[in-house]
Design a protein around this ligand. Structure first.
Ligand code: DX5
Ligand code: ZN
Length: 218
């Protein structure tokens, strides 16, 4: 397992002060940016212009999580905007391999996101095209939902496949990650932990990141 990464999700931050919010978690490994289009999920957040501005405003590597339809149209733009990783949902495309290739060609990592109701087995043979796999531990769409421990079975399955083929893939969990749940996710094999409300809802967001990382390392 790779070194544990904590990625605060700005979905729980103050959107009118994103640069300040990023500065408040300056020690983070990645900054998680949830892009929602009100079609794939019933919520609307931000898009490319905001990501471009964020890129200029912070040195934290941007981890863009696209919860949008038609990712083949949009994903590469986020890579070109300088995101370190761009994850799109398996549920939103018939050709995940093509998007993954385009993302790598554009200079970012390619991420496959798997929502609550989607099985991982059909994607196991595609893993070598990806640099990250994001397993939702809630249903995608909103921050502040309760962690669903039963979804960790998918994390275990992906971890096994990564280790079996010695793949270099970050295994990310997203949804309901906090001080009470992060250790279970780490034990299941996750190495990258998205946390929104647990970080930006804390009195000291930087301290919350450090605490989560320490708990993940165990
Ligand atoms: C929800 C987003 C998450 C969200 C997590 O669809 O993908 O990144 O910000 O928020 P918490 O950590 O509060 O569950
Ligand atoms: Zn997310």
């Amino acid at each position: 397992i790779q070194q544990a990464f904590v990625a605060p999700s700005i979905l729980s931050a103050d959107f009118a002060h994103l640069a300040d919010e990023a500065a408040a978690v300056a020690g983070s490994d990645w900054l998680h940016v949830d892009v929602m289009d009100n079609h794939y999920v019933p919520n609307l957040t931000l898009g490319l212009p905001v990501v471009k501005s964020l890129k200029a405003a912070t040195g934290i590597p941007l981890d863009c999580h696209l919860m949008i339809e038609n990712p083949q149209r949009w994903a590469v733009g986020y890579a070109e905007a300088g995101a370190v990783n761009v994850s799109f949902h398996a549920e939103t495309t018939d050709d995940p391999i093509a998007i993954a290739k385009d993302l790598r060609a554009a200079g970012s990592m390619a991420g496959l996101a798997i929502d609550r109701d989607t099985a991982v087995e059909p994607y196991l043979s595609l893993l070598s095209y990806f640099d990250t796999v994001l397993i939702m531990t809630i249903k995608a769409g909103f921050g502040g939902q309760a962690f669903m421990p039963e979804l960790l079975a998918k994390v275990r399955t992906i971890r096994q496949a990564i280790d079996l083929d010695d793949l270099s893939i970050r295994l990310e969990v997203d949804g309901g990650i906090n001080a009470d749940t992060i250790q279970a996710a780490a034990e299941a094999g996750a190495d990258t932990f998205v946390a929104g409300s647990a970080v930006f809802g804390a009195a000291d967001p930087a301290e919350a990141v450090r605490r989560l990382r320490a708990l993940a390392i165990g």
